[in-house]
Design a protein around this ligand. Structure first.
Ligand code: XIL
Length: 448
């Protein structure tokens, strides 16, 4: 399909989409038992980053569609994905996300137009004048294709350095075009889609510090000179090295006081249990306390696909079960999780997880152990798989019943199928290495 035709098609469906969004909002206002509907009750959106390649997974899409009112393509609108060679635009993956969001009445955040990362190498090799032309053409290409369909665009992402200097980060744009590239990008963006809110987005700017001061000064300067900017995005990737700042609300408020909206754009907080839940509560409360904080986006649906999956930083676990952090966010948004909702404790959804450890090791073999933990419902049986590297073979297995097919063992309980909610059991096995010391792969746990 030619780009012009695609653009017409996208614009023609926009009216229908707006109607669907209104229906969704009206419907959800009554229930307020999902993140999106509870946030709507507070006049905010609640979004998530989405990856096009997971949309075919039923549980992923069901959770996305049920809980969220806005989506941000996690990678699909970045420069390397959309203009891999100069002047050739590829929108397939991003279109899939936008089409899906529209079919569900969700809004779309555009991420991101001008960024030093995930940039195809051809951009870095251009001279200044060519680079300026290419930057503006990229903004026009993206924003033109999605004209009228994006509620906010991250026009420029991460243009400031970390640390105390408040300086601009080195990038092809900064190095060849100077400080003025940001302003130019915003002016081009305003003309390309006047309906979209134009945001500057960054990380480590969540509290008051030298970096956020530098962004603050830029926004103040833009407002005083009439450079078009509507919003500032705070990525909010938190962990023990970078905790939720105590002056988070105050920092959001000072930006809002400059006359821009603020948005939490990529929220994730590494951790688990009640400590993680308490940190999520702080973030939601900070946004709700600032009237110009128009919405929050978490950086993914499920821990298993998080860019920081090892830190389990999201609201749904790898089995799409709601974590304590989810319930804390929902309640901070004024919603209520009724038992009976999919994913809630008491809803009858049985689940389990399987985790592997090597418990003994010698030159010709090792012992492995798989711990099975029930989700938030009691279960009476479980099944998982253990796939061994080709050379290896299992000589014995205890506290489980294996069925073998080639290198794959399917393991069911022996005496230990019944588990209370959250309770664990484990099975063990001895493996002959036969020259391979690699670890086996443990599959998804299924409960009944
Ligand atoms: C990350 C994605 O989550 C990863 O899948 C990708 O490999 C790298 O980028 N700041 C941003 C996001 O603005 O675009 C980044 O997303 C995370 C940090």
């Amino acid at each position: 399909m030619s780009m012009t035709l695609r653009r017409l098609t996208r614009a023609a469906t926009a009216g229908l989409v707006a109607a669907a969004a209104l229906t969704a909002a009206a419907h959800s206002a009554e229930a307020a038992d999902t993140l999106g509907s509870a946030a709507a009750g507070q006049g905010r959106y609640f979004g998530t980053a989405v990856a096009a390649n997971h949309l075919g997974e039923a549980d992923y899409t069901a959770t996305l569609d049920r809980e969220f009112s806005s989506v941000t393509p996690e990678n699909e609108m970045k420069w390397d994905a959309t203009e891999p060679s100069r002047g050739t635009f590829t929108f397939g993956s991003a279109d899939r996300i936008v089409d899906h969001a529209q079919s569900q009445g969700m809004d779309v955040r555009g991420h991101t137009l001008v960024w030093h990362s995930q940039l195809p190498s051809w951009v870095g090799s251009l001279g200044a004048s060519d680079l300026r032309t290419a930057m503006n053409a990229h903004i026009n290409g993206l924003m033109g294709h999605y004209k009228g369909e994006i509620h906010s665009w991250d026009v420029v992402n991460e243009a400031f350095q970390d640390g105390g200097s408040g300086a601009r980060r080195s990038s092809p744009f900064q190095d060849k075009l100077g400080n003025g590239f940001i302003e130019e990008a915003f002016r081009t963006a305003r003309a390309a889609d006047p309906a979209a809110k134009l945001c500057y987005n960054d990380y480590n700017t969540d509290g008051v510090n030298a970096k956020s001061n530098a962004v603050y000064d830029m926004v103040e300067d833009f407002k005083s000179r009439g450079v078009p900017i509507d919003c500032v995005g705070f990525q909010s990737h938190f962990n023990s090295n970078s905790p939720v700042p105590s002056d988070y609300r105050q920092n959001l408020q000072r930006f809002a006081d400059l006359g821009v909206d603020v948005q939490i754009t990529e929220l994730d907080i590494e951790g688990s249990g009640s400590a993680q839940a308490a940190d999520y509560t702080k973030v939601v409360e900070a946004c709700l306390a600032v009237s110009r904080c128009t919405g929050m986006t978490v950086w993914g649906v499920t821990d298993k696909y998080s860019w920081r999956s090892g830190g389990t930083p999201l609201l749904f676990d790898g089995n799409y079960q709601e974590k304590p952090a989810h319930d804390a966010v929902l309640s901070a948004l004024g919603g209520s999780g009724d038992p009976g909702d999919p994913g809630d404790p008491g809803d009858g959804t049985l689940s389990c997880t399987a985790t592997y450890t090597r418990t003994a090791d010698w030159s010709s073999g090792y012992n492995g152990q798989v711990t099975i933990t029930a989700g938030d419902e009691p279960i009476s049986s479980w099944t998982t798989t253990v796939t061994l590297p080709a050379q290896q073979s299992v000589s014995s297995l205890w506290n489980g019943t294996p069925t073998r097919s080639g290198n794959v063992m399917t393991v069911r309980p022996s005496w230990n199928g019944t588990l209370a909610a959250g309770a664990s059991t484990s099975f063990g096995f001895t493996v002959a290495k036969n020259g391979s010391d690699a670890a086996p792969a443990v599959g998804t746990c299924t409960a009944s």
